[in-house]
Design a protein around this ligand. Structure first.
Ligand SMILES: Cc1cc2nc3c(=O)[nH]c(=O)nc-3n(C[C@H](O)[C@H](O)[C@H](O)COP(=O)(O)OP(=O)(O)OC[C@H]3O[C@@H](n4cnc5c(N)ncnc54)[C@H](O)[C@@H]3O)c2cc1C
Ligand SMILES: NC(=O)c1ccc[n+]([C@@H]2O[C@H](COP(=O)([O-])OP(=O)(O)OC[C@H]3O[C@@H](n4cnc5c(N)ncnc54)[C@H](O)[C@@H]3O)[C@@H](O)[C@H]2O)c1
Length: 455
């Protein structure tokens, strides 16, 4: 005989940033909430992704600035040491990969945590091991993603790294091969290079950060070249061998050797394991389609990476707020992704909002673009060492508003904030031109880019 189901209000499967946020909101509102988590409460972001990698970036950026001293300010002797980085990640970011604090924070809301793998076993029903829950109000799916490991001969079974191995690393390898030049690949590549590894990035597409504006990829490729990172684009990996070292054989016959191999080739989901077919969803799909209130099926909401609206923590938490409000019957907000921002934390940072030029054209928008070079701005010229960058604007000429922007610059992720407001609030380009931009800031280069939209 099966287990007797326990009646609750809501079951949240997966406690990533969004699941944690939604579960807390619902429990704080007085609902009886069960949160199911198979690994660590908080998900990828605090333990293996955003937070520890940005601690690495912070440290690597300090080194990067120190190396600019000779050009600007005399002499500095810099000897990179990974120990403070590894210790900080262990002690401050992840508490040694222990989620006790996050669990307590959630349980203080009145919610209950169940450790294990959750699965939709029938409409309105979630099974975790030998426990069965009937959710009166709904099920929230926030299972996130796992590193995708391509089926390359010799790779499976070799001691390759994914982000989950690179983050806890206590030593910088002598040499590192990075498979994939997307956000994960480029952030780790620059960090480990700055800490002394000899780094090669192998990317199958024609450029780094292929989803970004081509001009952004070009600036980043230049910055990588300048700091000694080898970048190979358009490469097809044939096979991988591992003895003492990794060897990556390309179809072209070239062979790259490294002490470590970081696989950063995207993310995967397993909707079959989540049991989504029980509520009529396609378990072969890579994403769970949701409406503007995150509804995926009758009584099922989905949030985070699996919705395919941008694999970012800010997406997950944004969607969590909307889903929780809808479950509570207070939903007035409908998701609007037009001004979705993203920041790749390389040096220079690659920050975007809204549509790229090509996506805007594909959407049938009458597009006009403008680009300004950061080194040509007053602040860029003053900044000198490390001033590489651009601002690119994408305007909808019919409506006279910006629909996208890219900022590659020192602190590009902060500069893009102004452009995110413009895209989000559909501020007319003419109104933007009438603004006063503080002198001499990096964001003042937006004014020059706006002027370029006339050309
Ligand atoms: C190296 C790296 C760096 C990144 N840096 C940034 C950054 O700087 N900024 C940014 O915005 N984003 C960044 N991201 C992306 C970000 O980590 C994710 O978008 C974010 O974690 C949100 O994911 P999520 O809410 O979908 O779930 P996740 O964080 O993936 O968490 C899902 C949770 O669900 C659990 N789970 C899965 N299935 C089940 C199940 N069946 N039962 C029980 N539990 C289950 C998992 O164990 C996991 O804990 C980065 C990603 C990587 C890999
Ligand atoms: N700062 C941030 O916000 C941040 C940082 C890291 C990751 N992320 C998120 O995490 C998600 C995953 O990032 P990612 O970089 O792992 O995935 P991705 O899919 O964005 O990039 C993977 C890259 O690997 C390449 N690739 C795939 N197979 C390959 C192969 N066999 N050989 C060589 N190259 C190959 C792809 O062409 C692509 O450029 C991203 O969508 C991003 O949203 C965000």
């Amino acid at each position: 005989m099966g287990a007797v189901p326990e009646e609750v209000d809501v079951v949240v499967i997966g406690m990533g940033p969004g699941g944690e946020d939604a579960a807390a909101r619902l429990a704080n509102a007085g609902l009886d909430v069960i949160a199911v988590e198979s690994r660590l409460v908080g998900g990828e972001c605090p333990y293996f992704a955003c937070i520890p990698t940005k601690m690495m970036v912070r440290a690597a950026d300090a080194l990067g600035e120190a190396w600019r001293v000779p050009e600007l300010a005399g002499q500095a002797t810099v000897r990179p040491d990974w120990t403070p980085v590894a210790n900080r990640i262990r002690d401050e970011a992840t508490t040694d990969w222990n989620d006790e604090i996050a669990v307590r924070r959630f349980e203080d809301t009145g919610g209950r945590l169940v450790r294990g793998v959750g699965r939709i076993s029938a409409p309105g029903e979630v099974t975790v091991g030998d426990q069965v829950f009937r959710a009166r109000r709904g099920i929230v799916l926030n299972p996130g993603t796992d590193p995708l490991v391509p089926p390359i001969e010799g790779l499976a079974g070799s001691p390759y790294w994914t982000n989950r191995d690179a983050v806890p690393a206590t030593r910088v390898p002598e040499s590192l091969l990075v498979l994939g030049g997307g956000p994960v690949g480029v952030e780790f590549a620059q960090v480990f290079a700055r800490f002394g590894a000899s780094v090669t990035v192998l990317e199958s597409r024609p450029r780094l950060l292929a989803m970004a504006e081509p001009e952004a990829s070009e600036v980043l490729a230049g910055a990588f070249h300048a700091c000694g990172i080898e970048v190979r684009t358009g490469c097809a990996v044939d096979r991988v061998k591992h003895d003492d070292l990794f060897q990556v054989h390309l179809e072209s016959g070239e062979v790259f050797t490294g002490e470590r191999l970081l696989v950063a080739t995207g993310r995967s989901t397993d909707l079959g394991a989540l049991g989504v077919a029980a509520v009529g969803l396609d378990e072969q799909a890579r994403t769970v389609p949701v409406d503007g209130r995150m509804r995926a099926a009758d009584g099922v909401w989905a949030i985070g990476d699996i919705t395919g609206h941008g694999a970012f923590t800010h997406t997950s938490v944004y969607q969590a707020r909307i889903a929780a409000a809808d479950i509570l019957g207070q939903g007035t907000e409908v998701a609007d992704y037009r001004a979705m921002p993203s920041v790749i934390f390389t040096d220079p940072e690659v920050a975007t909002v809204g549509l790229t030029e090509s996506r805007a054209r594909d959407a049938g928008i009458q597009v006009r673009t403008a680009i300004t070079q950061i080194p040509a701005s007053t602040r860029g010229w003053i900044h000198k060492a490390g001033n590489e960058g651009i601002i690119k604007l994408v305007a909808d000429t019919d409506r006279g508003v910006l629909v996208g922007a890219t900022v590659v610059a020192p602190a590009g992720g902060e500069i893009v904030g102004a452009l995110a407001v413009a895209v989000h609030a559909e501020v007319p380009v003419q109104r933007l031109r009438e603004m006063i931009f503080a002198y001499p800031t990096f964001h003042r280069a937006i004014e020059a880019a706006l002027a370029g939209l006339d050309a």
